[in-house]
Design a protein around this ligand. Structure first.
Ligand code: GLN
Length: 450
């Protein structure tokens, strides 16, 4: 109840929750108390959790930050929600996000922007901005997020928390509203790598209901946390330290890397030569997949339906015109254009070829080093309302987006503050990238820094 009261007191201003499930939380808390009394408690029993509003939750609104789904109550739970509830976690509610996870500032939400708890004139990042802000404000110790092009790592960086995007296929996407299906991946957000390890262990694994989830044993992520770092080879991609990188961010990241050297790691420079193509390739592939996924919102089966349609076409047109926000419409237009006959080869096929090159860059780098390190974002959190044109917003994703195209995992770890620290400063995130299924190593490396 103390967290629920805290949410009531503080979240009117921060706006990190879209729905608070007070009654369900209190019932689950009673069940957790009983389990404890019977000696049946497990590591996550009774721990509170916030869930990004992209995950289906049975009988509870699942809006995905959109007017289109404002009236939608999911008839079933996402696999990860089911797993965390089975592990005894108590859901506090659903967190705010950019509409259909499209954005890097949480300003694209139908429910209004989220404020960064460190500095309420700044954005919390996006699209999992509500989850990151809720943790930073002490409203929830842990949360679920999703990351299609940085949406776990960038808000984690902006809010001074830890967020992990797992390898594509490590965590089931069943019941996660689809944005770009070949890139989307759910993952943990929390205060520390250790807490992320607990959550990841509970949500990872094969799911018969998601054919892209991978049948591979889930390791004990906690057991790996304390392994020594002696001899760890860290690569610094030179493309991640170039023009456009804020000076305070760069010095915080270089400082963090010195800490790793002092822990016994070896550092060298590497190159990911196709980095400059990641943003353009992503902003062809992601909208293409989104335009296909979002065609299901037609005003017929579920979601927003316009008043008094005169015929079927009017129903489709007005329901979609009214239900979707500007950024979502922009992506649907881009996606239907690049997939259309005559443009497909020039855009979509080309972008898929670039995607392969980007993946190969990472595989080549991991021949030389164990992990890569760099900034999670080129700047600290920017001001609310500061980025008006979409391209400047898309460029926020320059360091996060490539790994989704490659399918590898990445984590963002708090690494200091820009500006007057720590009371008025804005947090900075160190990003650590690893090979496919190296989550255990990333958590270990992140844990050593904390
Ligand atoms: N900012 C990126 C976009 O707008 C990534 C979003 C995400 O990871 N869901 O598409």
């Amino acid at each position: 109840t103390s967290l629920l009261d805290r949410i009531e007191r503080l979240d009117g201003d921060i706006n990190s929750f879209v729905t608070v499930t007070r009654d369900q939380a209190l019932t689950a808390a009673d069940a957790a108390d009983q389990a404890r009394a019977k000696g049946e408690s497990r590591p996550l029993t009774g721990l509170p959790l916030a869930i990004k509003d992209i995950f289906c939750t049975q009988g509870i609104r699942t809006s995905c930050g959109s007017k289109m789904l404002d009236n939608f109550q999911a008839p079933y739970n996402a696999t990860v929600v089911e797993k965390l509830q089975a592990a005894g976690m108590i859901s506090l509610g659903k967190t705010n996000m950019d509409e259909f996870a499209m954005g890097s500032s949480n300003e694209n939400s139908f429910y209004g922007p989220v404020k960064n708890p460190w500095d309420r004139t700044a954005v919390p990042g996006g699209s999992s901005g509500g989850s990151a802000a809720a943790i930073a404000a002490g409203l929830a110790p842990a949360a679920l997020g999703t990351d299609t092009g940085g949406s776990i790592r960038q808000p984690a960086a902006f809010c001074g928390i830890t967020g992990l995007k797992p390898t594509y296929g490590r965590v089931s996407r069943y019941g996660m509203v689809a944005f770009a299906s070949s890139l989307d991946q759910g993952g943990p957000m929390a205060r520390s790598a250790e807490d992320c390890a607990h959550l990841l262990g509970a949500i990872a694994g094969h799911d018969l209901r998601d054919s892209t989830s991978v049948a591979r044993v889930v390791p004990d992520y906690l057991a790996e946390l304390d392994a020594p770092l002696d001899g760890l080879k860290i690569g610094l991609p030179k493309e991640y330290f170039g023009d456009g990188l804020d000076a305070e961010v760069e010095s915080a990241i270089r400082e963090a890397i010195r800490v790793y050297e002092s822990l016994g790691a070896k550092v060298c420079e590497v190159s990911l030569p196709h980095t400059h193509l990641a943003v353009p390739a992503y902003y062809v592939i992601a909208p293409a997949e989104a335009s296909s996924n979002l065609s299901r919102y037609d005003g017929v089966r579920f979601g927003h339906r316009c008043e008094n349609p005169v015929d079927l076409e009017d129903l489709y047109k007005r329901s979609r015109a009214e239900g979707f926000g500007d950024e979502v419409k922009r992506r649907i237009l881009i996606g239907t254009h690049t997939l259309s006959e005559g443009f497909f080869d020039a855009y979509y096929r080309k972008a898929q070829q670039v995607r392969r090159l980007i993946r190969q860059d990472f595989l080549d780098a991991f021949e030389e080093v164990d992990v890569l390190m760099g900034p999670a974002a080129p700047t600290p959190a920017f001001d609310l309302g500061a980025k008006k044109d979409p391209v400047s917003m898309y460029l926020q994703d320059i360091y996060t987006i490539a790994i989704n195209l490659a399918g590898i995992p990445g984590i963002s770890v708090p690494a200091g503050f820009a500006g007057k620290r720590p009371t008025e400063g804005r947090p900075i995130g160190l990003q650590i990238l690893g090979q496919h299924f190296a989550e255990g190593q990333l958590l270990n490396v992140a844990h050593k820094f904390q």
